[in-house]
Design a protein around this ligand. Structure first.
Ligand SMILES: Cc1cc2nc3c(=O)[nH]c(=O)nc-3n(C[C@H](O)[C@H](O)[C@H](O)COP(=O)(O)OP(=O)(O)OC[C@H]3O[C@@H](n4cnc5c(N)ncnc54)[C@H](O)[C@@H]3O)c2cc1C
Length: 416
């Protein structure tokens, strides 16, 4: 059995690695265990947007009806695979309960605040640790191809403005001036100046190496299989590479966290929301900053020598099956919004599972009944954005320090 540590982190995605890094930085002895390779989950092939402006929960007024309509379309951006699954039913109940104006308007400023803190931490972290991950702060451009899309986008921008995230509305000509490869005939855009982007695997692996340099231990191919608990506390964690002991255990296993939590008698409503990305060698006529293709609900990100397109949200359980029609729909959108020419056959297709919470807020904090476990999951569409602030918050919770943001809205106990 390995030496007893101050903390054991389960999961080597952006959330687990950020938590491990900030705990080590606070002077704790920390071990991270990962079932496969580091950054092999949702944190690998995502769009790499660091976007406080993506503060909108999926649970919004009218979304349930919209989702039902979309579910009938095989290439729609949102899809729930009909199946008999009690966890899915329970999740859908929480989701429809949160899909109202009051919950939505309560969540937006909370997520925005979290995102702003995380962006500031990214600036600090990347400079302090000299992590090469194509980090750039050139903002994010949302482009519209319909009048309705523009009206919705402008409404969202106004709401974000109330949360201290200003945006600039652009005419169709101004959009083309900013990114000349956007097709003329667009309906204008909104520019979010403060947003950033990066190459997600380079960030996660870079940060993991800084963690190890500080004395942190990483065990890959060490999947957690169970827990030993006594007197309401976990005493050891059983992995495929032996048992580990720690004073605190942080469960940051993304979409797999509910399965682990269940072994401790903890219920977490998190559904795996599959998305796809396709990565290309960067063409000469690539946009220079991330662009959101608003109506198509997908995004394009320049990443140094690469360019990535990403999108779709599919609730079909935990699996890595690639539905080609959905991938084709993302590639098709690029042709509708941009003059950039892409050969789909030359792209590398990837799928990942976002850990989707039903109310759009991440699930971070201690749980009732097991005194030394901290949960850090449910980051949905913005886990890359919220990695640093989550890691910092977890470290502060474990150390008993003043938290960087009020943790109350993220408490796992809201689902008891
Ligand atoms: C197509 C797509 C695009 C996206 N774009 C963006 C974006 O632009 N910006 C943004 O902010 N977010 C984006 N996201 C969301 C973001 O990727 C996720 O929210 C984030 O990666 C979640 O991180 P995580 O560490 O919780 O999970 P993961 O990265 O999935 O990591 C969980 C880890 O836990 C490990 N694990 C599981 N079970 C065990 C076990 N039993 N024992 C040990 N280890 C275990 C897994 O192997 C995995 O490595 C996107 C997601 C997708 C799918």
């Amino acid at each position: 059995m390995a030496q007893r540590q101050d903390a054991l982190v389960v999961g080597g995605g952006v959330i687990g690695v950020c938590a491990a890094y900030y705990m080590a930085k606070a002077g704790m002895s920390v071990t991270l265990v990962e079932r496969g390779e580091l950054c092999g989950g949702s944190s690998y092939g995502n769009a790499g947007w660091v976007v406080p402006t993506h503060s909108f929960p999926l649970a919004a007024p009218g979304v349930v009806m919209q989702a039902l309509r979309w579910t009938l379309r095989p290439d729609s951006p949102f899809y729930v695979k009909p199946r008999f699954d009690l966890d899915l039913f329970r999740w859908l109940r929480w989701f429809s309960a949160a899909s109202n104006s009051r919950s939505f308007h309560r969540a937006v400023p909370i997520i925005a605040e979290l995102g702003k803190s995380s962006l500031a931490l990214y600036d600090e972290l990347i400079a302090a640790e000299s992590i090469e991950c194509q980090y750039q702060r050139r903002g994010l451009l949302a482009v519209f191809r319909t009048r309705e899309g523009r009206e919705k986008g402008e409404g969202e921008a106004r709401l974000l403005g109330e949360s201290g995230l200003p945006a600039r509305t652009l005419t169709p000509d101004e959009v083309v001036e900013m990114e000349p490869v956007v097709r003329p005939g667009n309906f204008g855009g909104v520019y979010f100046e403060q947003d950033a982007n990066l190459k997600p695997d380079e960030l996660v692996l870079g940060l993991a190496s800084r963690f190890e340099r500080m004395g942190g231990a990483v065990h890959t191919h060490a999947g957690v299989e169970g827990f030993h608990a006594r007197d309401g506390a976990v005493t050891s964690v059983q992995t495929t590479k032996g048992a580990f002991q720690a004073d605190r255990v942080v469960l940051a296993a993304g979409s797999w966290t509910p399965r682990l939590a269940k072994r401790l008698g903890i219920y977490l409503p998190v559904q795996a929301a599959k998305g796809y990305s396709v990565t290309f060698d960067r063409p000469a006529d690539s946009p220079t900053r991330p662009v959101m293709m608003a109506e198509a609900r997908c995004g394009l990100t320049p990443m140094g020598p690469h360019m990535r397109i990403a999108g779709t949200l599919e609730l079909s359980g935990i699996n890595d099956r690639i539905r080609q029609r959905r991938v084709d729909a993302i590639a098709r959108a690029v042709g509708e919004y941009f003059t950039t020419r892409l050969d789909p056959a030359k792209g590398v297709v990837w799928s990942g599972l976002r850990p989707l919470s039903p109310d759009g807020l991440p699930i971070i904090g201690p749980v009732a009944g097991v005194s030394n476990v901290v949960i850090a999951t449910g980051h949905s569409m913005t886990g890359m954005t919220l990695g640093p602030v989550t890691g910092k918050l977890v470290a502060q919770m474990v150390a008993g320090h003043e938290p960087i943001v009020d943790p109350a809205p993220f408490s796992p106990s809201r689902f008891e």
